[in-house]
Design a protein around this ligand. Structure first.
Ligand code: KIV
Length: 264
């Protein structure tokens, strides 16, 4: 099987073909997701909540993400893996380079960092040193204490404009994928159209983005209090493989997320 590359994802955007991605933390699920046809996985710091049982992503360490990236790479040798850089692991561009190298050595193809234009120097430095960067904007879980909770972002004109400005500045700095979490669908559509060559992955950002991601525990109905945008695909299908295939089908056709699982 051929490995999935960033060029493949850019080509999908060019051809306006949507793709499904999901979080993965271990080899068994990574293998299952890849076998069903998910070629892009995120080793998310959501593992602090889903795997470790904390109430935020803040306690997650570099060692945790390195360990889970190795596990996922073992199960999905050909998938495109994005590894999250945990809280405070990229406070300066130099620190980001040192820590990103650990994730790339563990098997990641790309790192993900949360934040706006203040990250431009970091993105430039990482990209110039051969580390592709995915930026996470909108609801940034590592900033929960600044944001005052897990709330929809970009609802007023000035914060919406800020998200557009940040996206463009980060694209100019070298960002290769943008992930938008919990923002109004119309704003996500505008940003996705503005970034003509950068694949945009959405979660709680409507169905106009180029791709969708779900935390695997949300997609399989394991989360006790799932967010509004999450859909339990296991409930509809009764077994995990069919649930994953249904998720892929509904993302590719644009059926998921519908209005009920999006924000106006
Ligand atoms: O850590 C994570 O799983 C994420 C998703 C919410 C996209 O960043």
């Amino acid at each position: 099987m051929q490995s999935t590359t960033l060029a493949d994802l850019r080509q999908l955007k060019k051809e306006k073909r949507k793709f499904a991605t999901i979080t993965a933390y271990d080899a068994s699920f990574a293998r299952l997701f890849a076998e069903q046809g998910i070629n892009v996985m995120l080793i998310g710091d959501s593992l602090g909540m889903t795997v470790q049982g904390f109430d935020s992503t803040l306690p997650v360490t570099m060692e945790d993400i390195v360990y889970h990236t190795r596990c996922v790479r073992t199960g999905a040798p050909d998938s495109f893996l994005i590894a999250d850089m945990p809280f405070m692991s990229y406070a300066t561009p130099e620190q980001a380079c040192e820590n990103a190298a650990k994730l790339m050595r563990a098997g990641a193809n790309m790192v993900k960092i949360e934040g706006g234009s203040w990250l431009c120097d970091t993105v430039k430095m990482l990209t110039e040193r051969a580390v592709p960067v995915c930026i996470h904007l909108g609801l940034m879980p590592q900033s929960v204490n600044i944001l005052g909770g897990y709330k929809v972002q970009g609802r007023d004109e000035s914060s919406a404009n800020q998200l557009i400005t940040d996206s463009i500045a980060l694209k100019d700095a070298g960002m290769q994928i943008l992930l938008l979490e919990c923002i109004p669908s119309e704003l996500a559509r505008q940003i996705t159209e503005e970034l003509t060559t950068i694949p945009v992955i959405g979660i709680g950002a409507g169905n106009s983005t180029d791709a969708q991601i779900l935390v695997m525990h949300d997609a399989l109905g394991i989360t006790a209090r799932p967010p509004k945008f999450a859909k339990d695909f296991l409930k509809e299908t009764g077994n995990i493989r069919d649930a994953v295939r249904l998720y892929i089908e509904q993302v590719e056709s644009g059926a998921y997320p519908d209005q009920e699982h999006s924000f106006k």
